[in-house]
Design a binder for this molecule. Structure first.
Ligand code: FMN
Length: 411
């Protein structure tokens, strides 16, 4: 019998719901990648208005974008039926963010000079929305003095330049000229749109992943944490305007617009978090920190010898959360439990100095390690509990931020 398909938990707060993103596509070979960007933005709730240059339309048909966005696509200022032929700055005024991806050397040069001979350049000049430009071109074109000069001009004008990244180019050469990945572009759009959110200017530290304590140079002791919960909190905080530092022992792609500090052991995580806490507003410890660590770490690979078993002595790890302190710091702890969820979580709150503990029963379906959803209960040191429904991890992140916000010092 086929197993039932488990329903997808919808994100109750699509990060770009109701926001208008004007996606400007220019005549680079990477234009086809903009279709993926359009699709992902739509999936996150955005109204995506696509403008293409005539050259871009040589690479990808308008219909691709029209089908993905359910909106008409403009390629010229004088096009009949285009909103821009009646009001050439209409999209500039409606935009919450303008993303020019891929951006050719030609369009970058025109933008730097203030030339407006097509709908993209006109929109750029007229908009007050944040602008992100993602160059994509041959490495020598990008490195040329004129392109470099133009990119610097645009940066000085307040534009965010995304990439380009290094890698294989369409020419077959390897160099710096590739369009940055879709996830990075979408993350930057989310950050730009949320810049003035309720966490604007707040410093938030989030830890993620399971620490790895070495046994010898090739082995370690760890746990099942994947880091998904911590990354989702970091993204939620970024989307609300926070300056986010993500201290991670996980191996997930870096979220855009977040300062990522890669660590592995408890000691490395402590050394990254404790000093940074002094000027943070909020510390959310979603990482699964090892409770035990090998008492002795061999400096060579331990060989399998003879008969019988092998014993590894473990020491208890000192919890560094109480050491993380700052004048304005609010701390949130996590408790992954398999039994006595609320009493175990309550017992953790006071010793850690946590305003509240996010308790989750990792043995419940849809909850805990590796899943995209989580079902948590907020518990404080006095034993007050606030159970939350099963939610997408991004929504759990928002619920934690909602609860922490009134506790932060007023500014
Ligand atoms: C096959 C092909 C690929 C091209 N790829 C790029 C590119 O990746 N980046 C770029 O800056 N220009 C590229 N060009 C050149 C631009 O298409 C050309 O400069 C054009 O005038 C750009 O117009 P636009 O900026 O209005 O889109 C390419 C041209 C061709 C024919």
């Amino acid at each position: 019998m086929t197993p039932p398909i488990s329903p997808i938990q919808p994100i109750s707060r699509p990060p770009l719901e109701g926001k208008t993103v004007v996606l400007c596509v220019t005549g680079s070979i990477a234009a086809y990648k903009a279709a993926d960007v359009a699709s992902k933005l739509v999936q996150l709730g955005a109204i995506v208005e696509v403008i293409m240059t005539k050259s871009a339309a040589q690479f990808v048909g308008k219909s691709t974008f029209e089908a993905l966005t359910h909106r008409p696509v403009t390629t010229g200022l004088w096009e009949a039926q285009s909103e821009l032929s009646i009001d050439h700055v209409a999209l500039a005024l409606r935009a919450d963010c303008v993303l020019i991806a891929p951006a050719t050397a030609n369009t970058i040069a025109k933008l730097a000079l203030g030339i407006t001979d097509d709908p993209i350049t006109a929109t750029y000049l007229a908009t007050e929305a944040p602008v992100i430009i993602a160059p994509a071109m041959d490495a020598d074109m990008f490195a040329s003095p004129s392109t470099q000069r133009n990119v610097t001009t645009l940066q000085n004008d307040g534009v965010v330049i995304a990439g380009p990244s290094e890698g294989r180019l369409a020419s077959g050469l390897v160099g710096k000229g590739r369009l940055v990945e879709t996830a990075e572009l979408v993350g930057l759009v989310r950050q730009a749109i949320g810049k003035h959110g309720d966490y604007a200017g707040r410093n938030v530290i989030v830890s993620a992943g399971g620490t790895k304590q070495p046994i010898d140079p090739v082995r370690y002791i760890s746990n099942r944490s994947t880091g998904k919960m911590g990354y989702a909190i970091a993204e939620a905080a970024r989307d609300r305007g926070a300056n986010v530092t993500l201290v991670t022992a996980a191996n997930l792609p870096n979220p855009a617009g977040v300062k990522v500090v890669k660590t592995s052991t408890v000691e490395a995580m402590r050394d990254a978090i404790v000093p940074a806490s002094s000027d943070a507003d909020l510390l959310i410890m979603a990482a699964a920190i090892s409770d035990f660590t090998p008492a002795n770490v061999a400096d060579h690979k331990i060989k399998k010898q003879g008969e019988g078993s092998m014993t590894i002595d473990l020491d208890k790890v000192e919890d560094f959360m109480p050491l993380s302190q700052g004048k304005n710091l609010v701390k949130v702890a996590f408790a992954a439990e398999t039994n006595d969820l609320e009493s175990n979580a309550q017992a953790k709150a006071a010793p850690k100095g946590a305003a509240f503990v996010v308790a989750n029963n990792v043995s419940e379906p849809g909850s805990g390690f590796g899943t995209d959803t989580n079902k948590v209960t907020f518990v404080d040191a006095d034993g007050n509990t606030d159970p939350q429904p099963l939610m997408d991890k991004l929504d759990v992140g928002h619920a934690i931020l909602d609860r922490a916000l009134p506790l932060l010092t007023k500014r």
